[in-house]
Design a protein around this ligand. Sequence first.
Ligand code: XMP
Length: 325
Amino acid sequence: SWSAASFVDTTVAELKEQLGNDRVILGLSGGVDSSVAAVLLHRAIGKNLTCIFVDHGLLRKNEFKNVMNDYECLGLNVIGVDASEKFFKDLEGVTEPEQKRKIIGRDFVEVFDAEAHKITDARWLAQGTIYPDRIESLNITGKTIKSHHNVGGLPEEMNLRLCEPLQWLFKDEVRRVGRELGMPEHLITRHPFPGPGLAVRILGDITPEKVHTLQEADDIFIQGLRDWKVEDADGNETSLYHQVWQAGVILLPVQSVGVMGDERTYERAVALRAVTSTDAMTADWAHLPYEFLGKVSNDIINKVKGVNRVTYDISSKPPSTIEWE
Ligand code: XMP
């Protein structure tokens, strides 16, 4: 049967053989897959691995800083690129979901390619692609529901060869490989997060102010899930964060009337979204405790300027999707 330890041994040996003394570039997203791919490659080729982490300005609160710090602790050689200004400029006034995704995908490739070109002796592009990614991109039905993007392929004219050491693995296997490699648990158990980031959780046009508002609300929700301890089926302590597949807050293009003290308010509404799933192909809305939802609602309304209403999304996939755009 499959074991993470023998996967690591075999793959490290194969990568050494395959890559020799070549330089390899890898795009990091902060997510589990690319992080595990990076640590695996680092074990095989060490300093010959250069990672690139693009900040499109649509990450969660403090995420770029925290993840960069994690990567440095893992001994990875990471180039962090803050390209948020470019993304905000190109997204200005854009409201249509697929158009947002296209702009972000295009900008991402542009920024990544520009950075990759500076590494002139690179021979390989490594990616954290896993098995389900490849199945989904076969696009069996021929209909694009949402144009998912990761790294948009090989930088042109660089003659790079593709290296995808996790291409046969499922998510749970990737997590086991990460543990085998000694990666910190918080990196391994992170929720999935969409490539276009908070852009697909802000309905309507995107501004830095809206991103800031959403980051604050999202941080309260996610931190709340982490802090709320529960017992799992075996009686072990866990948290709501670990019981759900994924969670986040959506900023709605809706304002509603409220009252604060004896003042009328007219502010934004947000939706909380949390789902359970095993592969994101189908998902059920998470039956979070009412007391927890009540606490998060109070915290968000009291602490996040510009938000006076919190709702909970009770739709499942299908027919809804996990993200709202
Ligand atoms: P949906 O919204 O289609 O999402 O039910 C399924 C899963 O995919 C994530 N997602 C993305 N991941 N690039 C990604 O890497 C994307 O463009 C993208 N869009 C959605 C979503 O967060 C969920 O986990």
